[in-house]
Design a protein around this ligand. Structure first.
Ligand code: HEM
Length: 429
């Protein structure tokens, strides 16, 4: 019998008439025309350079995310170049030697392992708990705005969009909220390898910062072992996955869960806050309408999440040859579910490339994913966004960009959609 061609060869044979790459920072900065072209000509887009395909249509993305037996969340490191693979290996080796190498928990597992981790973490983010937290989230928004309002201008990204989710996730975990700048630095370092190609020096800087985070967190775990508090770190330190008499989570597992909560809780919500505020400055009609009727804020938030989804895409691994939209994706390929493109699918959302406050909700957007890995922090993120935009629109009579962007609006990232900055000018109400 003839030997089966290697994955690279099989990916290279997938035909596609679209000649761009998602790795181009200019495409990442404004990917919308590219997605339209892919929807029309090549909805399952081969990326043999990284051993992946990118799935862009709404129904196909749903299919990938709701079939973990075909598209696994485990063992899904991308291939990339030889140099990138070597660098990733060195990064892990340094972590193993001087801290804790990455292990697979929660987002990197499939049911039934996933279900056990999920149960532990989900308790801290149930809707009832978020309702209890809401007055405090409102207070944090008020405090941040109080410090800015008299100046009539701010750099929204660092002055508000980063500290709001940073403060809330730090408090929820049981970390010191005064240190959010440090946590933000950790989150950026933890994401760095996945976001963009790094130089050797940048990789070493990122791993040192992650080691700093790991050792700080390990000391927090130890403290909670003897003296549990009413916070998520204490819950996790004393938790058993599976049977009651099972071993507690290892420090490596705890580190990995923290990694996901710190990165998941920060950059995503910051991006959604930035994009919502940027939209407010670009669409004075929307600004005026929502300010006059604050009950529209939740619809505004949902449309921002659809229109400029903060998580551009995440990957799965094909567990077998599997056909999607007429394309056979080879076993072992990385499959990127492109939430951002799915949310602009014109077959599902009328005038998908327009921001429409009155859009019907017949189809739920996929900004938080769908299926077993649906964002565990979605209710918290939604509340932070609603509290923030309500407070800003109540406290101001006008918000505008302080100066036009003269370079890329977004940082280069394959996975997320982070804005570089957002200088604002506003008039207090
Ligand atoms: C607007 C803000 C947010 C967006 C757009 C967002 C988006 C997402 C998406 C798309 C997923 C699915 C991942 C997958 O399919 O593999 C996810 C999962 C996750 N998110 Fe969020 N997220 C946000 C806020 C948050 C917050 C505030 C937290 C924590 C405090 C958080 C923690 C997580 C975790 C831990 C997972 C993994 C869940 C699992 O694998 O079961 N996220 N998020």
């Amino acid at each position: 019998m003839a030997a089966r061609p290697a994955l690279d060869e099989r990916l290279a044979t997938l035909a596609c008439p679209v000649d761009h790459t998602m790795l181009d920072p200019a495409v990442q900065d404004s990917p919308w025309d590219f997605y339209d072209e892919l929807h029309e000509k090549c909805p399952v887009f081969p990326m043999p350079e990284i051993g992946a395909v990118m799935v862009t249509k709404y129904e196909d993305v749903r299919y990938v995310l709701t079939h973990p037996e075909l598209f696994s969340s485990s063992g899904r490191s991308g291939k990339g170049s030889r140099a990138k693979a070597d660098m990733a290996q060195r990064y892990q080796q340094i972590l193993r030697e001087r801290g804790w190498g990455h292990v697979e928990t929660l987002q990197r597992t499939d049911p039934p392992d996933h279900t056990a981790y999920r149960r532990l973490v989900a308790k801290a983010f149930l809707p009832k708990r978020i309702r209890e937290m809401t007055p405090h989230i409102d207070d944090v928004c008020t405090g941040l705005i109080d410090a800015l309002i008299d100046a009539g201008e701010c750099e929204f990204h660092m002055d508000f969009a980063m500290p709001l989710p940073g403060t809330i996730i730090a408090e929820e975990l049981g970390l010191d909220r005064a240190e959010i700048l440090r946590f933000n630095r950790w989150a950026s370092a933890m994401l760095a390898m996945a976001m963009r190609p790094l130089t050797e020096e940048q990789m070493l800087e990122a791993v040192e910062t992650e080691l700093e985070a790991q050792h700080h967190l390990a000391a927090e775990f130890e403290r909670r072992r003897d003296d549990p508090q009413d916070d998520l770190i204490s819950t996790l330190v004393h938790a058993h996955v599976g049977e009651e008499d099972a071993e507690p989570l290892t420090v490596a597992e705890l580190q990995n869960l923290m990694h996901q909560l710190v990165t998941g809780g920060f950059e995503t919500t910051t991006s959604a806050l930035n994009h919502g505020m940027w939209l407010i400055t670009r669409r004075p009609d929307v600004q005026e309408r929502v300010r006059k009727d604050l009950s529209l804020v939740p619809s505004f938030v949902e449309e921002v999440l659809r229109f400029e989804s903060p998580v551009a895409g995440l990957v799965r691994r094909a567990t077998q040859d599997v056909e999607v939209n007429g394309v056979v994706i080879p076993e072992g390929a990385m499959v990127m579910a492109r939430y951002q493109a799915a949310n602009r699918d014109a077959e599902v959302f009328d005038h998908a490339d327009e921001f429409d406050l009155d859009r019907s909700r017949d189809h739920q957007h996929l900004a938080f994913g769908v299926g077993p890995h649906f964002c565990v922090g979605a209710a918290l993120a939604r509340q932070e966004l609603v509290s923030a935009f309500t407070a800003w629109l109540e406290r101001t009579s006008n918000i505008e960009l302080a100066q036009p962007f003269d370079g890329p609006v977004h940082e280069s990232s394959f996975m997320l959609y982070p804005m570089v900055e957002l200088p604002l000018r506003f008039t207090a109400a």
